[in-house]
Each structure stands twice: as C-alpha cells, then as structure tokens.
Design a protein around this ligand. Structure first.
Ligand code: HEM
Length: 331
C-alpha cells in the first residue's frame, strides 16, 4: 500500500499487489459506504447482506444460462448489419447495444425507454453531471415502478425489496457500462494477437478462458474500487490509519508480476483474477457478463474470421477503462 496525492487534490491509499488487494477486499475494517444513499455496492453488513440476497437470487446462474438462446439471437441480429459494411464502429454498433438490450429485457425496462436510459447512464458516469443525473434517473425508475405491468422479469421479482430504486439504478448502469468494455477491450486484445485469435477460431471451447483473460488484461474497473478505513487497518505489513480513503486497484493486481508471468501478454489458462472483485461485494452480474462475452466473441469469430483493425482505436477519458471509438473491417 502507498499514500498518493490524487489529481483532484486529495490524499488516498492505493493498494496494488494481488495478495494485498484480496486481503483488502475481505477486510471488515475497509468499508464500502464511501457514498451515502443505500445503494447495494455502497453498503456494509448487515444491511448489505439483506440487500444483496434477493438480487443474487434474481441473477442466478440457472437464469443466466437460460438466457443464452435470446442473447445469441440479439447478437446475430446486431451482426447482420455488419455483413454489408466495409467498416464499422464496434462500440456503437455492437459492444453497446448488446448488453443494454440484454439488461433492459432482463429487468423489464420497456424498449421505448432504451434511449433515455442510455442518456441517463452516460450522464451518471460523467463527474460534472453525476449528481443531477442521479436525481433524474431515480425519478425515471420510480415512475417505471409505478406504471409497469408485472411480468417475468427482475423488476417484478424485486418489487417488494427495500432500496429498490437504488438497486435498479445500479443494475441498469453496472449492467451495461462494464460489459461494453469487456467486448471492446477484449476484441482489441484479440485483434492484436492473431495467434490467440486463430486458436479460438479452431477451438471455441477455449472461449470461457479467453473471456477471463480479457478481463484480467484490461478489465473495465482496472482503476479500482473505493473503500474507507473505519479503523486502523493493516494490509501487507503497512498500517492504513482510520478514516483514510483507499483505492483498491484491480487492474494493478491483475498484472502483478509475482502472480502472472509476462503479465502484459494475452495468455489463456491463467490463474483467477479480481476483475469482478472479491469477497462479499463480488460482482452479481459476473455470470451474465461471462455468458454475454462468450456469445459475443464466439459469434464474432464464427461469422467474421477475417475481422481486422481499420484504424488505431482511441481510449476514452473515464474511470471505466474502455474505447471511445474502435473501427474494424468485418471481412
Ligand atoms: C459489483 C465488475 C458486469 C452488477 C462489481 C464489482 C466489480 C464488478 C469489480 C465489485 C465492486 C466492489 O467491490 O466495490 C464488473 C465487470 C463487469 C460487470 C468487470 C463486466 C465485464 C455486471 C453486470 C451487472 C453487474 C452485467 C448486472 C447485472 C453488479 C452489482 C454489484 C457489482 C449489482 C454490487 C455487488 C455488491 O456490492 O454486493 N462488479 N461487473 N455487474 N456488479 Fe458488476
């Protein structure tokens, strides 16, 4: 752990070694309640335990696996448009619409609201508009809860749970800002490594391994997750004083050379990573994201084995690691 000056003038501890990150994410003295308001990911036990249980049940492995045919259909429909194009932007035409469609259908967000949800989400992700956008997002969700007919969806399953508005804002945003980058960042890594790309074309059984290696190498939350010390906490032999702000760097842990040899290289079959976090806040959507990733990469490689970069992509400026534009040639 090291104490650093942040660009916005604060002092924060950064935890970057793999073992220290795992220890920190399991430490009861490092609280997730860095923002008030009762959103699931910013609560601690016992409140967290109560809020998480029904959400975890709604995102069960069985339900996520059962979505495969529908996700394949959405994927193929989006990629049909690539058949007649010389060049496309991966983010706009595929990486973004796929997870947003999936999460909205799963939750029960009506199709006509998708654009509004997209705008609200991107405003919520930008520091300048965040606070005001949260208010509008909460109003949108409140209104949806009052008007929506019950159905076979997650909103209906969770309708009587406490803090439902906060949970739904979290599920809508977490459910699409991250998987977009898994698809974008992963595809970039793949197009830069023709040998791995060919291995996946020849042997699609390796797809789940590849998805995890994309997440290790360039996970969307590489910058990390925030905690606040509620007591003096010892991590990796260093004492972090009570009330300190702490950034737990998932990306640094995922490239820790003492755990991963040649950490900057794409290599299938590595040890597990922390791109989905660790411990009690471990990502509720991990199964869904992996299923979407497997289907996205599997379908892309099967339909467009000659897929190639059309231009050098641009990384966007955001706390979520991802590409602003990413142009490829499908054939
Ligand atoms: C929590 C990453 C996709 C919903 C987390 C955490 C990470 C993460 C690192 C832990 C945060 C912490 O410890 O403070 C990712 C990545 C994804 C992804 C890399 C895609 C590649 C999703 C999806 C959903 C989702 C698709 C929606 C269903 C959540 C929720 C939590 C969470 C609700 C809070 C869990 C809790 O606090 O107990 N995610 N996520 N995530 N994620 Fe994801």
């Amino acid at each position: 752990p090291a104490l650093i000056d942040t660009p916005d003038g604060r002092r924060a501890w950064v935890i970057s070694r793999y073992d220290d990150v795992v220890q920190a994410l399991g430490h009861p003295g490092l609280s997730s309640a860095v923002i008030p308001g009762g959103m699931l990911n910013h609560t601690d036990p016992p409140e967290h335990t109560q809020l998480r249980k029904p959400v975890a049940r709604a995102f069960s492995t069985r339900r996520m696996e059962a979505l495969r045919p529908r996700i394949e259909r959405i994927t193929n429909d989006l990629l049909d448009a690539w058949e007649t194009e010389d060049e496309v932007d991966v983010i706009d035409t595929f990486a973004y619409p796929l997870p947003i469609t999936v999460i909205c259908e799963l939750l029960g967000v009506p199709e006509r609201d998708r654009n509004e949800v997209r705008t609200l989400t991107s405003e919520l992700m930008a520091p300048e508009t965040m606070v005001e956008a949260y208010g509008r997002f909460a109003l949108y969700v409140q209104n949806l809860l009052e008007t929506k007919e019950p159905g076979d969806d997650v909103i209906t399953d969770l309708r009587d749970e406490p803090n439902l508005v906060q949970t739904l804002v979290l599920l809508i945003t977490a459910g699409h800002e991250t998987t977009v980058q898994l698809i974008g960042n992963g595809l970039l890594a793949l197009l830069r490594d023709p040998a791995v790309k060919q291995r996946l074309i020849d042997d699609p059984i390796l797809l789940p391994d590849a998805v995890d290696e994309f997440l290790r190498l360039d996970g969307p939350l590489a910058l990390g997750v925030s905690r606040i010390a509620t007591a003096d906490v010892e991590i990796g032999g260093v004492t972090i004083p009570r009330s300190s702000q702490v950034t737990v760097s998932l990306g640094a842990a995922n490239r820790d050379p003492s755990r991963y040899s040649d950490p900057d290289v794409l290599q299938l079959g590595r040890d597990p990573h922390v791109a989905f976090g660790h411990g009690i806040h471990y990502c509720v959507g991990a199964r869904l994201a992996r299923v979407e990733g497997e289907i996205a990469f599997g379908t892309l490689l099967r339909r467009f084995p000659e897929l190639a970069l059309a231009a050098e992509p641009e990384w966007r400026e955001s706390f979520i690691r991802g590409l602003a534009s990413f142009r490829v040639r499908p054939k």
